[in-house]
Each structure stands twice: as C-alpha cells, then as structure tokens.
Design a protein around this ligand. Structure first.
Ligand code: NAP
Length: 240
C-alpha cells in the first residue's frame, strides 16, 4: 500500500511511534525515525531493515529548531522527498495543577505542540510542491475533552487538534490531507515517573500501541477522495 512512499515518524524510539513506523514499513514505506534516544532508534531501524525497507535515524530533541532542521536534511538527503509526516512525539504528566511548575508546562507544551509546529513547518514545502501528502497528528482523547489532573496535557493536546483542524482548512485544497488520531489510554512507557507507574494493572486494560498504529494506517489508506480527519479510539476498560 505504501510502496515508494517515504514516511517521517516522530517519537519513533518506542511505544506508539515505533508501532507506527513498523506498520508503515510492513506495508512498503521507507521510514525516517526521529526521537532523542539514538540506541533505541537504531534498534527500530534494525527491525525495519529486517522487513526489507530502508530506515534512517535522526536523533535529536524536536523542541529545538536545529534538531528539526537536521531531521529535514536527513530525510531529504536519504530519500529526496517525503510523503507522510506523523507527529507523534509527546510527553505527559498527571496530577493536581498545584504540582505543576513552569518548567513542566514548557516541557509538555513544547514537546507536544512546538515540536508539531516545527516538524510540520519543516516538511510542508515538500508536500505543497508535490501537491500531495499526509500530515498525521497523534493527539489524544485529552485533546477533545478536559480531564481532571490533566490540565496542561489537555491544553497541549487541544492546541495540537486546533492546529490540525486549521491546517485541514488551509491545506486540503492544495492536496495535503490532515488526520488526527485520538486514542484513550495506551500501554506504553508514557508518563512513567510523571503519573503512571510501570506494572500498574490498569495498563493491562489499555490499548496496545499496534492498535493505534492501525488507526494511523486506516487514515493513510483512504482514497484520494476521502479524509479521515478524526479517528477516535478508546479501550473497552475506559468510559467515553
Ligand atoms: P512513549 O512510549 O513515552 O513515547 C514517546 C515518544 O516521544 C518517544 O519515542 C520519545 O523518544 C519521544 N519524545 C519525547 N520527547 C521528545 C523530544 N523532546 N524530542 C523528540 N522526541 C521526543 O509514549 P507513547 O504512548 O508512545 O506516546 C506517543 C504519543 O501518543 C504522544 O503524543 C502521546 O501524547 C500520545 N498518546 C499516548 C497515550 C497513552 O496512553 N500512552 C494516549 C493518548 C495519546 P525519546 O525519549 O527517545 O526522545
């Protein structure tokens, strides 16, 4: 399905991003893997190579403009183009607002929103030049409704959803498709040490990251005439 396509996936060193990168590679895409942890990114690149696809690693902190520029250069020098950009890198912290410092706020907003802005801005000229391509945002149910103990995370994810919705209006007529995937709880290392604990039995009821990757594939597999603007996904263990 994605033969001859090049996909950039942020937050690809583990969790949902790793699952998305593998799901796209299994369907024929070559993948550019971005996150900070070089060793983990290289391990994912090895898994992709074993599937017979090419993978390029771009390690860096995507809150930083220089790192995003290096990602763009790595992608374009390896493949000459990009077709799919998945903004997935993200962080979170759970707790009462009084437990949040300004540094927590900057960390969450910058990783979830600023990095989405920088990465989208870096690759948009390539997509617009081609007059086709996909921008996918892995947001959250926390981007659709306010939840207790998640005020800053919700603010960052609402921002991401608003950004995507505005871009949908701005880019649709120029051939670039925008999709948002909004999962509930997913069984990853997300927020470990900042509100979630490894081994917490609640994680067992959460979605598997592969399930979220399939939702991304669903959005990307639509025909040229259709767009799956918002794909919501909740575990059976969670109320709506
Ligand atoms: P995860 O296992 O903690 O993975 C997060 C990814 O983001 C990692 O690859 C991490 O890589 C990367 N990342 C974090 N900060 C970064 C930075 N400054 N620069 C570059 N990369 C950075 O969490 P996940 O569950 O897979 O989360 C992926 C996305 O899904 C996030 O946007 C999250 O908000 C969203 N989501 C998660 C859940 C859930 O319950 N797990 C639910 C709904 C939505 P490095 O540490 O190597 O940089």
């Amino acid at each position: 399905m994605f033969e001859n396509k090049v996909a950039v996936v942020t937050g690809a060193s583990r969790g949902i991003g790793r699952a998305i990168a593998l799901a796209l590679a299994r369907r024929g895409a070559d993948v550019v893997l971005a996150a900070r942890d070089q060793a983990r990114l290289s391990a994912v690149a090895g898994e992709i190579a074993a599937l017979g696809r090419k993978a390029v690693v771009a390690a860096g902190d995507l809150r930083r403009e220089e790192a995003v520029e290096a990602l763009r250069e790595a992608a374009l020098s390896a493949f000459g183009t990009v077709d799919i950009v998945v903004n997935n890198a993200g962080v979170g912290k759970y707790g009462p607002l009084s437990d949040f410092s300004p540094e927590d706020y900057d960390w969450i907003m910058d990783t979830n929103m600023r990095a989405s802005f920088l990465v989208t801005r870096a690759f948009l000229p390539t997509l617009l030049e081609k007059g086709s391509g996909d921008l996918v945002f892995v947001a959250s149910v926390a981007g659709l409704k306010g939840l207790p103990h998640e005020a800053v995370y919700c603010a960052s994810k609402f921002a991401q959803v608003g950004f995507a919705q505005a871009l949908d209006h701005e880019l649709r007529e120029r051939g670039v498709r925008v999709s948002v995937v909004a999962p509930g709880g997913v069984k990853t290392e997300f927020a470990f040490g900042t509100g979630r604990t490894p081994g917490d039995p609640r994680l067992e009821g959460f979605l598997d990251p592969e399930e979220v990757a399939e939702a991304v594939v669903f959005a990307l597999e639509r025909s040229d005439k259709a767009r799956a603007f918002l794909v919501g996904l909740r575990p059976m263990s969670e109320p709506l």
